[in-house]
Design a protein around this ligand. Structure first.
Ligand SMILES: [Zn+2]
Length: 435
């Protein structure tokens, strides 16, 4: 099976691609002008900010970046396109020949190009409304080679792409629009089927599953999989035929004389952060678990800043536990100094809860546990069990009492309950012969 994708993602610029209208207006038709309405005589002016973001994404996707870039008009007639053409790229896109590595396999990327979003059509029972806010919003289209061979690879690819785009300040979620090309589910019936305009990640896997079932069924019956374009109905979770086609659609493509060639080589970009690469590098250098670390740095960019400030100074385990506490209590925006105090507490196996985190955040001194030895703690637990032999009897009947002992000792000694429960297990098995 061969799967190729054409993924469209919105860029987080302040203004639209060819005018100064806001890129984030919500009230319908509140961010519009003669350029994005396509009025005669209006002239587009390229937003250089979009060029910078697109170049950074191209770099992150290991693309060969073109020195010069230019735009064309793709002519088609549809109500969402007021000037009857979409401005996109043809011969000189932002980048070509990139790749992403997933689970030891390379997925090749054909190209990345900048283009404008059309307006949004809102259909009612017997009417259609148009919101021009979306008209002219900047998009990048990322086109892969048909290298993806299974649903698992598709998921890994999207996860990797998502982590890369996240560190380029681009979020992909329900808004992501994808065209899915699929062929060779049955090797003798290798015609390519294209499913257009799938929204979101769940929609993408849904459409793929439906096509695998549909095409396998056709093959089983000995019928031919025809070359065609389909669309995905998300509510019904199935694809439906739009048109059969003999060859690729033919659009009128003409050079846009309003938009001159741009020198991309002069566009300065910040070096992109590749989250999965960071996770693997820190795993081998500082002893983190790469999978857990990747999850932590995908929580927020702040978590990577905190990890960067503390890696090598504290054990990886303590840093991981520290970030997990911040996540649990929704405190990921804590300062580096406060994070240091937290790591000190974690290192001393002190108890961390909402209260202690709030104190740490305010820079207040936390009554930290002053360093009880392992032996001392074990003795404390042992004497507590001996003193209250009822606990032991109860423990034999009902193991829930275990949590009671852990909670009591953790509170009295201001200790991390996980550490206390580890010691309690040891004492119960070594001194009392209980498992
Ligand atoms: Zn505008």
């Amino acid at each position: 099976m061969k799967i190729g994708l054409e993924i469209h993602v919105s860029l987080p610029t302040k203004s639209k691609l060819f005018c100064s209208c806001s890129n984030s207006a919500t009230e319908p038709n509140s961010a519009i002008c003669e350029v994005c309405m396509g009025l005669p005589g209006s002239k587009p002016v390229l937003n250089k900010g979009a060029l910078t973001v697109a170049k950074r994404v191209a770099e992150a996707l290991n693309m060969k970046i073109n020195e010069r870039t230019s735009f064309v008009r793709k002519v088609y007639f549809y109500p969402d396109l007021p000037k009857s053409y979409q401005i996109t790229q043809l011969d000189e896109p932002i980048g070509t020949n990139g790749h992403l590595d997933i689970d030891g396999k390379q997925i090749h990327l054909r190209r990345i190009q900048l283009e404008e979003d059309p307006a949004k059509l809102v259909r009612g029972d017997d009417y259609t409304l148009i919101d021009f806010n979306r008209s002219g919003k900047p998009l990048v289209e990322i086109i892969t080679e048909p290298d993806i061979a299974s649903e698992d690879e598709l998921r890994s690819f999207i996860a990797e792409l998502r982590s890369i785009l996240y560190y380029c300040d681009i979020e992909i979620n329900e808004e992501m629009k994808t065209d899915l090309n699929i062929s060779g589910i049955d090797s003798e019936n290798g015609e390519r089927v294209e499913v257009k305009n799938i929204t979101g990640i769940a929609g993408l896997t849904g459409a793929l599953r439906y096509e695998i079932t549909r095409q396998s069924e056709l093959a089983r019956k000995g019928a031919k999989v025809e070359r065609e374009t389909r669309s995905y109905n998300e509510a019904e979770m199935r694809t439906v035929s739009m048109r059969k086609k003999e060859s690729d659609e033919e659009y009128g493509l003409i050079y846009d004389a309003d938009l001159t060639e741009y020198d991309l080589s002069k566009v300065k970009i910040e070096k992109p952060i590749i989250a999965s690469r960071v996770a693997h590098e820190y795993a081998s250098k500082y002893g983190f678990d790469p999978k857990i670390l990747l999850e932590l740095i995908m929580l927020s960019k702040e978590s990577l800043l905190l990890i960067d400030a503390s890696k090598g100074k504290y054990p990886a385990q303590a840093i991981t536990a520290g970030i997990e506490y911040l996540k649990k209590y929704d405190k990921i925006n804590i300062s580096k100094d406060s994070f240091n105090s937290l790591l000190n507490l974690v290192e001393k196996k002190g108890m961390v809860n909402k209260e202690t985190l709030e104190k740490i955040e305010k820079g207040e001194k936390v009554e930290s546990y002053s360093g009880i030895s392992d032996e001392e703690l074990e003795r404390t637990i042992e004497s507590m069990i001996n003193e209250k032999s009822i606990l032991l009897n109860e423990y034999e009947k009902n193991k829930k009492v275990f949590n009671f002992i852990v909670g009591k000792v953790a509170k009295e000694k201001n200790l991390d309950p996980r550490y206390v429960s580890e010691k309690l297990n040891k004492v119960l098995s070594e001194k009392f012969g209980l498992v």
